[in-house]
Write a protein that binds this ligand. Structure first.
Ligand SMILES: Cc1cc2nc3c(=O)[nH]c(=O)nc-3n(C[C@H](O)[C@H](O)[C@H](O)COP(=O)(O)OP(=O)(O)OC[C@H]3O[C@@H](n4cnc5c(N)ncnc54)[C@H](O)[C@@H]3O)c2cc1C
Length: 222
């Protein structure tokens, strides 16, 4: 398979960095082709602006979606954004590795979505959900939390993790056509012992070795 790993964490010695490295080495060892977007190393700018484009539709009023539509027709994305879109077009499976921040994506990864899931290239003209541009591709979230697992269940302190991830699963990934695999969550790595964390890395490696055969999940409509 062709697999894209998109990663962000502000600390290169973090547990997320270890998960990112584990993903990369496991998938390569299993014979997959792998590309990465290490948004921390890239110092990716998450702010949507005219920097995303070499083309200009309206110099007086910056409306991102109109500029995206125009850039899609005119080959007018900046090299940085064009490269990221091309990686998504290339892959069969996309994995996002990140720490859960405020029940969502950390800002840099969210900004990557804002700038790279561009109207005209990633969605639009009726191409959403089942008819989405990236249908027949799959995506998986791999994340860590601060809170423990029992706080992320229905009726728990924070509520059900599937509900928390729904805006990402449904509003971003399925919206542009991806089938979604079950998320991989390591709950509270800072609360675990060194041995427990190493075990988590081994368990994730095992899952990744079988990822080609995994079926998509239903994302609840609530
Ligand atoms: C702005 C912000 C918002 C947040 N919002 C939320 C939220 O909404 N919900 C929530 O639950 N949490 C939240 N958090 C907490 C955050 O999700 C966790 O701190 C984070 O997910 C933990 O992952 P990490 O990679 O940062 O762990 P780290 O703290 O980097 O790592 C944990 C431990 O693993 C060790 N480690 C690193 N590599 C290895 C290795 N190879 N083998 C074994 N051990 C290793 C590290 O040395 C460290 O001791 C938030 C944090 C911030 C800053």
């Amino acid at each position: 398979m062709k697999i894209l790993i998109v990663y962000w964490h502000p600390e290169p010695k973090s547990f997320n960095a270890a998960l990112f490295q584990k993903t990369h080495e496991t998938l390569i060892a299993a014979g997959h082709e792998v590309k990465t977007s290490n948004l921390f190393e890239m110092q990716f700018d998450p702010v949507s602006s005219r920097e995303s484009f070499t083309s200009v539709k309206d110099p007086e009023y910056f409306k991102p979606q109109l500029e995206e539509l125009h850039a899609s027709k005119e080959n007018g994305f900046s090299p940085e954004i064009e490269t990221e879109i091309a990686k998504i077009e290339w892959c069969d499976l996309m994995i996002w590795q990140f720490p859960l921040w405020w029940f969502g994506l950390p800002a840099v990864l969210k900004g990557w979505v804002d700038r790279v899931f561009a109207m005209g290239r990633a969605y639009g003209g009726g191409k959403v959900y089942g008819t989405g541009v990236f249908r027949e591709k799959r995506a998986m979230l791999s994340l860590t939390t601060g809170g423990p697992e029992q706080s992320y269940v229905k009726g728990g302190f924070n509520g059900d993790m599937n509900g928390i991830l729904r805006p990402i699963h449904r509003g971003m990934l399925q919206f542009v056509g991806f089938d979604v695999l079950a998320p991989h969550v390591v709950y509270g790595p800072a609360r675990l012992s060194e041995e427990e964390r190493e075990l988590q890395l081994l368990k994730y490696g095992e899952r990744l070795r079988g990822i080609e055969k995994e079926a998509a999940i239903e994302v609840g409509m609530y």
